[in-house]
Design a protein around this ligand. Sequence first.
Ligand code: WTA
Length: 665
Amino acid sequence: MAGSESKQENQGLQEHRVFAPPAEFVASATISGMDAYNALCAEAEADYEGFWARLAREHLDWHKPFTQTLDESQAPFYKWFADGLLNVSYNCLDRNVLNGNAEKTAIIFEADDGQVTRANYRELLERTSKFANGLKARGIKKGDRVIIYMSMSIEGVAAMQACARIGATHSVVFGGFSAKSLQERIIDAGAVAVITADEQLRGGKHLPLKSIVDEALALGGCESVANVIVYKRTGGNIAFNEGRDVWLHDLVDGQSAECEPEWVDAEHPLFILYTSGSTGTPKGVQHASGGFLLWAALTMKWTFDIKPSDVFWCTADIGWVTGHSYIAYGPLAVGATEVVFEGVPTYPNAGRFWDTIAKHKVNIFYTAPTAIRSLIKAADVDPTVHPKNYDLSSLRLLGTVGEPINPEAWMWYYNNVGGARCPVVDTFWQTETGGHMITPLPGATPMVPGSCTLPLPGIMTAIVDEAGHDVPNGQGGILVVKRPWPSMIRTIWNNPERFKAGYFPDELGGRMYLAGDGAIRNKETGYFTITGRIDDVLNVSGHRMGTMEIESALVANPMVAEAAVVGRPDETTGESICAFVVLKQARPTGEDAKRIALELRNWVAKEIGPIAKPKEIRFGDNLPKTRSGKIMRRLLRVLAKGETITQDISTLENPAILEQLKDSN
Ligand code: WTA
């Protein structure tokens, strides 16, 4: 668990600025004032199951009501609302159509080139139902796994909703992952179908999707895939495997616009989403239908204070959990209007976010600190893309997610984007938690830049030491959740043992959820500040990467004998990847080193995806190791930062190597 202390330095633990929520906001907020927040926390304390049962009844429509709220008999494999029946797509679509919102815009699709298309709730329900009937016509049924490898589009959301409608479990794979990563996920999930697009458009460029699916399937082991459904986005030239491949427009052609939802029990797996852990291959985080949807809907109301007239925009991709909870499900479950954005923040220029907010009169905007930091830089270089040049008066609430936000970036966001008028919710959560865990409430919590403040009502977070004992405020430790909550991970697909050992370790007593992050609470306020991962997971631009995954990719290259990967702080991307590599051939220098580093970076992009490319590669004759041969990563972390080693190196067998690895090539 090294690294937790070193990461604390830049986290603004000394931050003293406090921003009270604006009075008008408090007046109309769903959770209005700290008394209201405290009352909800007290309700959860007093009757934990009663609290969640009430919320689940109030916020979801059940086909058959549940009688048992929480089943702990097989802990840590918890079950919530298990004998209740519902359908997620019914709750997101039919429910709004029946509630008089049929003609309300559900999705405003902002394409890469700025073209806009809309779908109201009635249309989205019809498209989803046709899609669902098409899937059924191809033999896809409840319990089957379907991979979605698609660009941001209304069709992408409809694909997820269609799977939910028929009870198929989807697994969305981010469109930036390589054929090999896609193949691994297809095999692990045992998918029967892949839904994709011919190509995707990002920043004016056509990027392949379907051809990568072809490549993945050709790598072998994917015999379970009998169907590849292709949405025509660009009309680009692609290969077609008759029999296996079908165009989406042909699949839905002639299908009925009505599809009776498949009523599933609340524990039915809604989706599997692969994410990086500290060891081994990515793990398939499995989420349940009822608990996940409850939290997606409820946090839309609590954290985002969503109102019927709001236009909500979450800039994430559906390939990540944020795009599941706050694009594909949460906003629709509460009948909101949301923007779905295909492009990138810097195209046609770095004012794209601000321009899009003004164009669609966005009220609630949710993005990642890494995007904010890069747009700050861009506005420094080119003042015409500074947010002050755009009419952002529609905004009333801002949010961030994915990584710690440094107080300077928070202040810039608050002042320049929110006009010092909009609360900023710094939401801490994870793929495994299904939705927000620790976050300010915009109409209640006084905000402190760089702190995610306090847990949501019913979320029993705490900070403990390595033996599971509570640590006092002001002392850093390990972030845990002491009670199960409805939207928590249910298991790791195909690997319940890894689930148990990784998230409910015996050392902590086997009943506390281990988040994998370090945290500290402020002595006076009890506010939480996340100090970064305590395992070998890196967070680059808000994307989770396992150091082991990148190391395995590097050593799979025939030139490489050994590799060690560490993260180092980066001004824009939060962390960046630095790899130390020993080649089978002699250590390269000069132009040779540059050429091989470039080759290896491209190799990693091909093995995992461009997001995993090391920013820097340094070559050595060896790596710093203990006498027993263990790589001393803590020393590599220091070297990667360009700092001098002041730590104890008495266990290091080959001290001379430090000199060699100290400088960039
Ligand atoms: C980090 C993204 C600080 C954290 C929703 C966590 C954060 C990991 C924050 C999960 C935040 C996320 N402040 N750190 N507000 N939000 N993180 O699974 O290290 O992609 O464990 O989920 O991101 O990343 P994941």
